[in-house]
Design a binder for this molecule. Structure first.
Ligand code: DAH
Length: 350
């Protein structure tokens, strides 16, 4: 048949068999297998059928041999087809297993975990430290009135200290509080009688923007009012506080300063948490680091808030939380705190 005519000799059968083997060796898909099957053993046009039929044409003396050889070819075709089908099935099964495979050695995908912001971490720690000392937490509005942010804190209208506050004014004569100190005023006005021991964490705003200042920042205000409160209480409280927040051997130093709402006023330095006071780049070789403003509550502020300064006295301080977070987590630039880069949170979480 290969040559076009009907094969009718044993020699032709040998060539047909070779042809089948070649074609079978090429089969690599179900479709090709089905085509091969139809071509060779299909009921209507199968080559094997034609070869069997061709026995009629074979000379008598060759018929016997031809018949044997053609039957051998038929069996070979059938068994080879069966074998091929098995191979294809196995290959298909392997492919299916491969496609659905679960690679148990692959590392799992971790869900992104939320974590606390550095400022939230230090806020919580500070609240805990003061709660343990009997303080409660007070809060006030961020959009504040001039009276609470300035006037009641002894910044009269046109007082030059107002210029130091870089205030954002908003509609209706209000402003964004420039510090958390107005919460002192609100707390004193709310309370009938001392003792008062509060801390007030919150946001404050000033139009200031550089490596160490952001227009929005965080503070914690502290206020204590009672009979007989002295500067000694302020210093003792500050020492207890910074030794819990930083290292137990942290030293505290008060430097005279000025705030309208305290008299006397002091800036507070702590021994540098990086070099423990030996001097390093971070503390400009001074061994000290300024962390907060403080003082004894000015008698005018007490009086404005309804407490007799002849009977009561108090101390207060205001601490920049962002600065504490920067020291604590060794963050060089305040903006890093507000850029919402998740890598920062991952580092803080450790
Ligand atoms: N409110 C001041 C500021 O942000 C900080 C401050 C200083 C607060 C002295 C106080 C204090 O309570 O006594 O600049």
């Amino acid at each position: 048949m290969a040559g076009g005519g009907t094969p009718d000799s044993v020699g032709d059968l040998a060539r047909e068999r070779e042809r089948f083997e070649r074609e079978a060796a090429e089969v690599s898909s179900r479709d090709a297998w089905e085509a091969l099957r139809l071509r060779w053993v299909g009921r209507k046009q199968g080559v094997v059928r034609a070869l069997l039929a061709a026995i009629k044409e074979v000379p008598v003396e060759q018929k016997r041999e031809y018949g044997q050889v053609v039957n051998l070819l038929k069996r070979r075709v059938e068994s080879r087809l069966e074998e091929l089908e098995g191979e294809l099935e196995r290959a298909e099964r392997q492919a299916a297993i491969g496609a659905a495979a679960v690679d148990v050695t692959l590392p799992g995908r971790r869900p992104a975990l939320g974590s606390l912001h550095p400022v939230s971490i230090v806020t919580q720690e500070i609240v805990e430290i003061f709660s343990a000392m009997g303080y409660s937490v007070a809060e006030g509005p961020e959009v504040e009135e001039d009276y609470y942010n300035f006037q009641a804190l002894n910044f009269p209208p046109d007082h030059p200290a107002r210029d130091t506050q870089d205030t954002f004014f908003v509609e209706g004569g209000k402003l964004l509080r420039t510090h958390t100190s107005p919460v002192q005023v609100r707390t004193m006005l709310e309370r009938e009688e001392p003792p008062i021991r509060v801390i007030c964490p919150g946001r404050a705003y000033r139009f200031d923007n550089d490596l160490r200042h952001s227009p929005m920042f965080h503070q914690v205000e502290c206020l204590v009012v009672d009979k007989g409160i002295t500067l000694g209480h302020l210093k003792g409280t500050l020492e207890a506080f910074v030794r819990k927040l930083f290292r137990p051997e942290t030293g505290v130093r008060l430097r005279p300063s000025y705030f309208p709402f305290t008299e006397p006023s002091a800036e507070v330095d702590i021994t540098c948490p990086f070099c423990s006071g030996d001097g390093c780049r971070t503390c400009s070789d001074t061994g000290w680091m300024e962390i907060l403003g403080s003082g004894m509550v000015d008698p005018r502020v007490l009086a404005e808030c309804g407490f007799d300064p002849e009977i009561y006295s108090g101390f207060a301080f205001g601490l920049g939380l962002d600065r504490v977070a920067m020291i604590r987590f060794d963050i060089p630039n305040i903006r890093v705190l507000f850029e919402n880069d998740e890598r920062l949170l991952r580092q803080v979480r450790g």
